[in-house]
Design a binder for this molecule. Structure first.
Ligand code: F6R
Length: 608
């Protein structure tokens, strides 16, 4: 969603803020702006579109200031135009504010402020906040922000500056991520560490309900009730290289190609070959507690929800524990049945997805043990879970999730193995699985080396209006994921279906213009899937099959085949998804789409 950067120090703020914004562009990017305190007062610059448009507005000459805030916007209230772009300023133009989140009671606050003579310039919910702060300001900016926030309902990560306090940023958080970066005679505020990583890797993650007064050489953190909080400084071990493209045309391609490494990172130190088991210390649950579990609820959104669907097959197969997988946005608004034998697994790359966070909190309130399967170490979901497993995929910048998906599936496979070994999985079956798991990273590398085949298929079908993805069993969620990847980056309508379900409706869509991607691996349902393929071919549909190496029959029955190496049937999603990621990528490139920043999408969905 929206990205925030703030700087206070002795260097020129403009280039630091612009560089930070560029690194946050992936979060939300329909418009951008920055405000800086100068010797002439507050200067505000805004533009619609990418950061390079904002650079053009600012021109060649840098504004002299070492104190400012900046923002990339993903519109919620009010269309993406210059007026609605942040920062917003109070009527006198002395206080400027950037905000990520939604002020839910903004209408009531707006009516109240209008009665006091406030004039509103924008259609945003955010603008009321800067007027509200102004209305409480009597010389102490932190206090004015604090009182204003007691009136607010909703979610926010904010940064506020004022011409009356030329060495100070006030930051506050409720439901939207915010981090302080600790530098030498300079400090930063941002919604994501990548915005400040060039300058410092020492950060303090803010908790919900706190206000921080940040100057160039200090930061003071209190709760909204004025209770002092001791900051916990954490060292981020990401390098700058990891958030740069490293010679690839797009972050998405780089991240697809990183998967042999990221999968190795997900299993490093976690495979116990002798016992045929996984070592997962972070779960924070005793053996008895894990044995007590008789129901698992998995909650997540989007791609992470698809990895949850795969985990259902894994956990039910290996541990014989019943698993429900639910969209976080639905889970939080029903009345879920939870008891002391239920655990909830929240899956999230960013660890900040508003719906997943709320679902997790709802479950916790009902006394449920919550485990997180998360990528971002300092994120709200990671911090709020009772235990969990980090996927260690490193920063994922491309909006379309790729490496995080495979790492999530890998970690969930380890969790399923652990639960299974405590119950009915033999040492021998466990050892078989662990050995096959260890082979996965090099098998992924082998598929990636075959990307020319996939590129050629993309060249043939890139103009299609619709795609169908079919899979069965544990590869049905992979069909859903393939369809999601294609639609989000190429804007081609695509649907994923269980292969046999096709004849109950979608078959009506099939004609010679319809490419149908079928995951047809040598597994117990192979013959059934071949029948489904025959049904598509009989109606002139164009079949692209993902098949197992060594399958000599399939090539004659389909239009194109992409082979993947053989593995255990439970591990096949880790391989079958790779060609689907590449296919979407090459189709989107051919269509000239914005791969890393597809229209209307944001990387981290921090609003409901
Ligand atoms: C799709 C995609 C999204 C995310 C979803 C959840 O490529 O990236 O569907 O998977 O927004 O995000 P996280 O995993 O950060 O909770």
């Amino acid at each position: 969603m929206c990205g925030i950067v703030g700087y206070v120090g002795s260097k020129q703020a403009q280039s630091i803020l612009l560089d930070g914004l560029k690194r946050l562009e992936y979060r939300g990017y329909d418009s951008a702006g920055l405000a800086m305190v100068t010797s002439d007062g507050m200067t505000v610059s805004k533009s619609v579109g990418k950061i390079k448009e904002l650079e053009a507005v600012l021109g060649e000459e840098e504004i002299v200031s070492s104190h400012g805030i900046a923002h990339t916007r993903w519109a919620t209230h009010g269309e993406p135009n210059e007026v609605n772009a942040h920062p917003h300023i109070d009527t006198n133009g002395d206080i400027a504010l950037v905000h990520n989140g939604i002020i839910e009671n903004y209408r009531t606050l707006k009516e109240y402020l209008a009665q006091t003579g406030c004039v509103f310039r924008t259609d945003t919910d955010t603008e009321i906040l800067v007027h509200l702060i102004r209305s409480y300001y009597t010389g102490d900016l932190t206090e004015a922000v604090r009182i204003a926030l007691t009136q607010v309902e909703g979610t926010y990560g904010i940064a506020v500056i004022s011409t009356a306090h030329p060495n100070m940023i006030i930051a506050a958080k409720m439901g939207s991520p915010l981090v302080i970066g600790h530098g030498e005679d300079e400090n930063f505020v941002a919604s994501d560490v990548s915005a400040m990583l060039k300058h410092t890797n020492r950060v303090v993650y803010l908790e919900d309900g706190v206000i921080a007064t940040v100057t160039s050489d200090s930061y003071d953190i209190t709760t909204i009730d004025k209770v002092h909080i001791s900051p916990q400084i954490q060292d981020i071990n990401w390098s700058l290289d990891e958030i740069e493209k490293g010679g690839y045309d797009h972050f998405m391609l780089k991240e697809i190609h990183e998967q042999p490494t990221t999968l190795n990172n997900a299993i490093r130190g976690r495979l116990n070959f002798d016992e045929g088991n996984a070592r997962l210390a972070g779960l924070n649950l005793h053996r008895e507690e894990l044995l007590n579990v008789d129901r698992v609820i998995i909650t997540a959104c989007g791609t992470s929800w698809h990895s949850g669907l795969i985990a259902k097959y894994l956990i039910e197969d290996l541990a014989r524990i019943s698993v429900e997988v639910e969209y976080a946005s639905e889970f939080r608004y029903r009345s879920p049945i939870i008891n002391e034998k239920t655990i909830l697994i929240a899956i999230s790359q960013s660890g900040e997805t508003a719906d997943t966070l709320a679902a997790m909190r709802e479950a916790k309130q009902r006394g449920c043990t919550v485990l997180g399967v998360v990528n971002s170490v300092g994120s709200s979901i990671a911090r709020g879970s009772d235990g969990g497993v980090f996927i260690h995929a490193g920063p994922e910048i491309g909006v379309a999730s790729t490496k995080a998906f495979t790492s999530q599936v890998m970690v969930l496979t380890l969790i399923a193995t652990l639960l299974g070994r405590m119950r009915q999985v033999s040492v021998q079956r466990g050892q078989e699985l662990i050995q096959k798991i260890e082979e996965i990273p090099s098998q992924v590398a082998k598929i990636l080396a075959n990307d020319e085949t996939i590129k050629k298929i993309a060249d043939i079908y890139y103009n299609a209006d619709n795609f169908l993805y079919l899979g069965r069993g544990i590869n049905f969620p992979v069909a859903l994921e393939g369809a999601l990847k294609l639609k989000e980056i190429s804007y081609i309508h695509a649907e994923g279906y269980p292969a046999a379900e096709m004849k109950h409706g979608p078959i009506a869509l099939i004609d010679d213009k319809m490419p149908v991607v079928v995951i047809a691996l040598k597994d117990p349902v192979y013959d059934k899937v071949m029948s489904n393929i025959a049904e598509v071919r009989a109606r002139s549909g164009q079949v692209i099959a993902i098949a197992t190496e060594g399958d000599t029959e399939i090539a004659e029955r389909v239009n194109h085949v992409i082979y993947i190496p053989e593995t255990d049937r439970l591990l096949t999603p880790l391989l079958s998804v790779i060609p689907l990621q590449l296919l979407s990528y090459y189709i989107a490139v051919k269509r000239g789409c914005h791969i890393d920043q597809p229209r209307n999408l944001a990387k981290s969905v921090t609003v409901e």
